[in-house]
Design a protein. Structure first.
Length: 261
């Protein structure tokens, strides 16, 4: 069965609402030997089955595919049958590979992204790191907009920090004079590196909590109804969010941006 597959150095699996940045992925893979069994992506799940999130893009080397298809055809047939009823196809890939001793290489997690541009978490330690993917581009116009941005882009490699300017994030220097923005959220979805504080009575107090970690905290958000403050070690272009007040640590963000130039 393996002989029916196209003979390639690398195999890429992605969802239909994912966008792959070919140049960034190409740069990363150029440093790896495809004859070795690599399984790459954004790892999710617990200790029972750490697997590459399909929406963030999954990458398999020729070595991994050959090890499975040439030497374990019975496992391939078993997985094909399971795939007919399996909800999480990306997890099935992982559990099948685990049976032959191939596990996701989590050293490469930080290149893969499972969010659309507006919600992409630009971590303080990733500004100058190549970005491989976007996800949840569920509407045709969203996909078209992202495709147009990259069609017109001159630079060959896209880093996480580039997302801010490419997708019209506000001027970072402007947060010096206007640090608090009403009805907006620059934090977005929860994740590691987020701190939540209850009973915070004002947006200014929430901002000060972020500034206590001024060398790591990049964004903060205060909810006027719940009185909850969330600070994060990333920033996102964000979305409109009525009743919330939010801001960016502009000094730190500009400093991190400058390192990439």
């Amino acid at each position: 069965m393996y002989k029916t597959l196209p003979l390639k150095a690398w195999y890429v699996i992605l969802d239909d609402d994912s966008f792959l940045i070919n140049e960034s992925l190409g740069q990363i893979l150029s440093h790896l030997d495809p004859s070795k069994p690599y399984y790459l992506g954004n790892s999710v799940g617990d200790f029972r089955a750490r697997f590459a999130h399909g929406g963030s893009v999954v990458v398999l080397s020729a070595g991994a595919v050959e090890a499975l298809y040439q030497h374990h055809p019975a496992l391939v047939r078993e997985a094909e049958l399971q795939s007919l009823t399996e909800t999480w196809g990306d997890r099935l890939i992982a559990t099948t590979l685990q049976k032959i001793g191939i596990h996701i290489d989590e050293r490469f997690n930080h290149f893969f992204n499972g969010e659309p541009p507006a919600l992409t978490k630009i971590w303080h330690d990733r500004f100058c790191t190549p970005l491989v993917s976007f996800h949840e581009l569920k509407q045709a116009e969203q996909m078209r907009r992202v495709g147009t941005k990259f069609r017109d882009r001159q630079e060959k490699i896209t880093n996480w920090g580039d997302v801010w300017e490419m997708f019209d994030g506000p001027d970072l220097a402007g947060f010096t004079d206007e640090p608090i923005r009403k009805d907006w959220d620059f934090v977005g979805k929860p994740g590691p590196g987020m701190r939540a504080s209850a009973g915070i009575d004002s947006a200014k107090r929430c901002m000060r909590l972020c500034m206590k970690h001024r060398n790591e905290c990049l964004a903060w958000r205060w909810d006027s109804q719940s009185k909850e403050c969330r600070t994060s070690d990333w920033m996102a272009i964000g979305t409109q969010s009525r009743g919330r007040w939010s801001g960016i640590n502009g000094v730190l963000a500009q400093k991190l941006m400058a390192k990439c130039k």
